[in-house]
Write a protein of this length. Structure first.
Length: 308
């Protein structure tokens, strides 16, 4: 492997946000982590990352969304991803990252994980690291459960912590309308609330190991939004709604306007509504906007992190 230094080179990588179309959460283990069974779909909201050579590791962040809460130090997953790649390939120089965010911050759509995935690909490309896709996946799993999927894209089943991935067939296009929230939700806080609710009420998981509902996979294979709308679910939804009760109103509003299915995405608080097609998605977004909600019409599946 021959590493490359080109002071003027700038590598641009784009990675998608995701929705959890099905998200079943198991019991918390002794280490506090939960096994999950999830169906991920990458959708057309993107994070853009540019990597250049630098004297040290640094990052600058802009966005179409509120980025005021995004860390600009070693807490940032993209910075950690850049360090992982340089360490893995033996690169001793610094890296500067410019990030432009299109995925809501702390919205349950994996925007930070998409930044990390894009940084992994961009830095590997910038320095000529030669890491394979599977090697980047392994590095991504060190950063968080959603990073490997942001690398893969498309539609996939995730088990274990969510990072053990198997591609899933999804025929055609699925249209979604997203309603982001003004305030984010911390993923650990939502899981903690789920544990609290399960301790107080009889909503514990039926099985020791979470599984994916076969109806979700059948609907995806058939390209059937009606069937998919009937089968999407998220075990974290109750916890997210408990923490932000206004989400219940948003869910009811979208359903009243004809959404085929509705759920909180991941740990929330972004709410996702499934539409019957592109025009239905546009109409649904217009109706929700008419109610004073910020509504984004997106589609999936889309590709994972890639060099542009």
């Amino acid at each position: 492997m021959s590493l490359v230094y080109d002071a003027g080179r700038r590598v641009h990588v784009r990675a998608p946000g995701k929705l959890n179309l099905s998200f079943e959460v198991g019991h918390a283990g002794d280490d506090g982590y939960h096994d999950v069974a999830s169906v991920y779909q990458a959708v057309s909201l993107f994070e853009d990352v540019w990597a250049t050579h630098g004297d040290d590791f640094s990052i600058a962040v802009t966005g179409d969304v509120d980025v005021s809460g995004v860390p600009l130090d070693e807490r940032n997953l993209a910075v950690r991803a850049a360090r992982l790649v340089t360490r893995a390939v033996g690169w001793n120089g610094g890296i500067h990252l410019d990030v432009h965010k299109g995925v809501p911050v702390a919205g349950g759509m994996g925007g930070g994980s998409a930044d990390a995935a894009a940084a992994l690909v961009a830095v590997n490309e910038l320095v000529g690291g030669g890491l394979s896709g599977s090697e980047l996946q392994e590095l991504g799993a060190e950063l968080g459960a959603d990073v490997p999927f942001a690398l893969l894209g498309g539609t996939a089943v995730g088990t274990g912590r969510g990072d053990e991935l198997a591609p899933a067939l999804a025929r055609g296009r699925f249209d979604w309308v997203l309603v982001p929230s003004d305030g984010g939700l911390s993923t650990p806080t939502v899981y903690g609330e789920l544990d609290r609710l399960r301790a107080e009420a009889d909503i514990r998981p039926d099985r020791v190991a979470p599984t994916v509902d076969p109806a979700v996979l059948r609907a995806l294979r058939a390209g059937d939004p009606v069937g998919l709308g009937k089968s999407i679910r998220n075990d974290l939804q109750l916890a997210a709604v408990t923490l932000q009760p206004e989400l219940a109103v948003v869910l009811k509003t979208g359903t009243a306007h004809g959404a085929l299915g509705a759920l909180v995405s991941g740990s929330g608080p972004t709410v996702a509504f499934l539409a019957g097609g592109e025009q239905h998605g546009r109409d649904l977004a217009d109706r929700l906007s008419g109610d004073g909600l910020r509504a984004l019409h997106v589609h999936g599946p889309v590709a994972g992190a890639r060099v542009l």
